[in-house]
Design a binder for this molecule. Structure first.
Ligand SMILES: Cc1ncc(C[n+]2csc(CCOP(=O)(O)OP(=O)(O)O)c2C)c(N)n1
Ligand code: SF4
Length: 288
């Protein structure tokens, strides 16, 4: 761990379950940001984060960065507010799948439309984990819990397909055990100008353990010659996994950048934000 990564640690004791993939998400995030700081691309003070409420939300406790530990479902409007308030900030949101695709769904749709220059990571364990295992909109059909003893009858929503059809300008999936790949994908998302969305596919070891399924079916798009600028190919890739574990059929779970497009950002569309960015830049630089 380099000096910059150490500065991103807090003294808070982790309350995640031992072995929870959230630990790996945290480490990859620290590495990605640590490397960017080390390379002189940004300072710790240039980054602002927002997290939802859930197991994923504890990222706020363990990352020594400014921001807002916000309400369940409200990560994206909080990120948007921070970005509008100071367009020079590098804003990163961390949400749960319950958080983002249930209560927060309308924000997700409009963030893709507005295209603010922010990064959104969704810790997608396909379950409301902190509230002990209820089905979310991405839980697989037939998923049982105390709240759904007969199994949810609904097909899971495919957030990647949705994001591409909303014309989100950067759409990716990562798997936390592929730490190097996850770190590099996060860096690409931070470099992207516009709304960069990353769905983190991972098992909740307690309430939805699909580790064996994921390990068996995951492959890296970068090794497959995928062209993320081809929208039709991107949709085909997004369709490969329908978020069921497909006990009867072969499923492929692609990870990496699925779709990427250059598109006007929110600041491009709002000249006042551009002005504010320039005006604040000088002030911001004196504060470093
Ligand atoms: C406005 C609001 N609605 C609901 C809740 C209850 N709640 C807290 S955590 C949580 C589950 C979080 O699940 P998810 O977002 O998938 O995150 P995970 O725990 O799986 O990381 C819920 C429903 C809340 N705290 N606030
Ligand atoms: S309940 Fe699941 S998501 Fe929450 S800390 Fe434990 S393993 Fe991780």
């Amino acid at each position: 761990m380099n000096r910059k990564e150490q500065k991103l640690r807090t003294e808070a004791e982790s309350t995640w379950c031992p072995g929870c993939p959230n630990h790996l998400v945290l480490e990859s995030t620290k590495k990605a940001i640590g490397e960017k700081i080390e390379n002189g691309e940004m300072n710790r003070e240039d980054i602002s984060i927002a997290t939802g409420i859930g197991c994923h939300g504890k990222m706020f406790d363990y990352l020594n960065l400014g921001g807002v530990y916000t309400l369940h479902g409200r990560v994206l409007p909080t990120c948007l507010g921070m970005k509008i308030g100071n367009p020079n900030l590098e804003v990163i949101g961390f949400g749960g799948d319950g958080d983002t695709y249930s209560e927060g769904m309308s924000h997700f749709v409009h963030a893709a439309r507005y295209n603010p220059d922010i990064t959104m990571m969704v810790h997608n364990n396909q379950v409301f984990a902190l509230t002990t295992g209820q089905a979310t909109p991405v839980s697989e059909k037939g998923f049982t819990s105390k709240a759904q003893p007969k199994g949810t009858p609904h097909q899971p929503l495919n957030p990647l397909k949705l994001a591409i059809s909303l014309d989100a300008s950067f759409v990716a999936r990562v798997y936390p055990k592929k730490m190097q790949h996850m770190k590099e994908t996060l860096k690409k998302a931070m470099d992207h100008k516009g709304f960069a969305f990353i769905d983190i596919a991972f098992p909740c070891l307690i309430y939805n353990n699909k580790q064996e399924f994921l390990e068996r079916n995951i492959y890296e798009l970068e090794e497959n010659g995928h062209d993320p600028t081809d929208e039709i190919k991107a949709l085909e890739k997004a369709r490969e996994w329908d978020y069921n574990t497909g006990k009867d059929k072969k499923q492929d779970v692609p990870v990496g950048v699925i779709y990427k497009k250059e598109k006007e950002t929110l600041s491009d569309k709002r000249p006042k934000l551009k002005e504010l960015k320039e005006k604040n830049k000088a002030w911001w630089q004196t504060k470093r």
